[in-house]
Design a protein around this ligand. Sequence first.
Ligand code: PRX
Length: 661
Amino acid sequence: MSSVVAVKPVVPVKPLVPVKDEWKVGALLTKADYEAWYERSVEDPDGFWREHGQRLDWIKPYTKVKNTSFAPGAVSIQWFEDGTLNLSANCLDRHLADKGDQTAIIWEGDDPQDSRRISYRELHEDVCRMANVLKDLGVARGDRVSIYMPMIPEAAVAMLACARIGAIHSVVFGGFSPDALGGRMEGSATKLLITADEGLRAGRKVPLKANADKAMEIAAKAGHAVEAMLVIRRTGAEVAMREGRDHWWHSLRETVSPDCPPEEMSAEDPLFILYTSGSTGKPKGVLHTTGGYLVWASLTHQYVFDYRPGEVFWCTADVGWVTGHSYSVYGPLANGGTTLMFEGVPNYPDAGRMWQVVDKHQVNIFYTAPTAIRALMGAGDAFVAKSSRRSIRLLGSVGEPINPEAWNWYYHVVGEERCAIVDTWWQTETGGILISPLPAVTDLKPGSATTPFFGVQPQLVDNEGTVLEGATEGNLCITDSWPGQMRTVYGDHERFEQTYFSTYPGKYFTGDGARRDADGYWWITGRVDDVINVSGHRMGTAEVESALVSHPKVSEAAVVGYPHDVKGQGIYCYVTLMEGQEPSDELKKELVAHVRNEIGPIASPDKIQFSPGLPKTRSGKIMRRILRKIAEDDFGALGDTSTLADPGVVEDLVDNRQNRK
Ligand code: PRX
């Protein structure tokens, strides 16, 4: 899709869009409910969550509710700790009596001719069978299973099958490279990998099994041998199967019982690991546990989306990201809902695809990322106008700040002013939504995530940690725990404390900046650390830098984000070459290919600037502030460069940048 968007103001952006009377019809919560619930949730968290924890089926009910501490050196987070339950039983078994024949998953394939509906009964049987297959292949409670899959129902089956037997899943996005998968399998000491022969996106095949084979070798070289692989047949391509190690799901499926009793898990037993980028080169394994996570995913799904029985919910995120975990799979299924899984991309066969799918499956709630909205906006209104979209009742946005122009287009053109937009702010670490409007409750302001969900207490602090009051801007912290919060970095609790609780001791630091306006509304301004947000995906600049310097011709690299019309932020790389290497367009291409190969296509550099030197302080620290300004073409505001070891470097960089244009 073109990267140039003609931002056509549909109608001027209004600063406030009040709740419409239609949005209140049949709504689960009124404004008065929200206010009363919120107040209770922060004043009496124990009482509030004791009550709301009961939305799940517990095997042994909890007597304890909240046991959390953000204290320096003693961060510990436990919710419902003495309760036991099984997550897959909560997502499946408990719905069978009433909803066995109701559709749990609507699957829409990459090819518009391909779709399937899977009932709760069918999903339950598949999950039990896969759980039994995993057990037969030696997977036991507490073992790690990696999942590297396309968006097909079997991805959800695999996650739920792990949860059924108490194995910990680690889903790795199917667009990641063998290196990235191998590193994550090694990091989590994965016992078994679930993958598919190939994925299919926009008609193109993605060689998942071949990538998985390479990743197995990479993990083995790093010191961890993954024992087995379970392969799902998706395209039917010929793939190499290693005797004794690799197994076809469709063959083993027939050899096992369709019943598998759910394992009784403690609320605090790990459910999944999800790797995410941080400020350092190595992604962190964010660990979520069972009880609190599911309470959070299901409660936020129900109330933020005002989800009502029978509605079709479509979250466009891939299961490789946290949004896919909480809102394509766990939240909707825990609530007995119907969730749509889409294998394809928004612009294939054309830019009208999303709206065709909405009409085809009568989607009621549509939840996507600003980058997709901007790309579709750029493709023109005609693609939208060809569809009816009358089924849509609510629109949602997630992943990055939504610019008011894109919000406006979503509201006026896609929703025809009939639907509220919930701009939901949250993170992999938070398990589910923390700040968002509620459709019948919150007057909307385009670009603002508005107000906190139950139990969430945001706070702004300055760089020294002083708490800021009133209408102001600062670093966004959360002062107390909520049930969906991550519990630790897998295998490295110290890193967990260090990353999230040491900058502002006693508080969870989100890594985001935010503004609070005079009405108390929250506006997320973006990351304040060395993480950039590319098309709603988190990318550590250090990860891209380490990929670049692993190329033999590169001596040094510094990576920053810059504003990009469609992606939100693009990846801008300053590269210093080894002695004797000549800059060239060919070399740029080689470096782009190298980074794609090391991390995956989502990390593709958008711009590479060869720079003989990088601006450094006398102690050798790269001054990224200056690099960001140059990447943004903001040459007038480079700030104080007097602390630089060699101020001349900056002039060279600016000259280079200007000559290049
Ligand atoms: O910077 C914020 C941005 O995405 C980051 C979290 O990324 P990730 O863990 O990959 O999870 C994405 C999906 C939840 C945040 O630190 N972000 C997410 N949602 C919003 C947002 N920024 C502004 N507005 C949002 N609604």
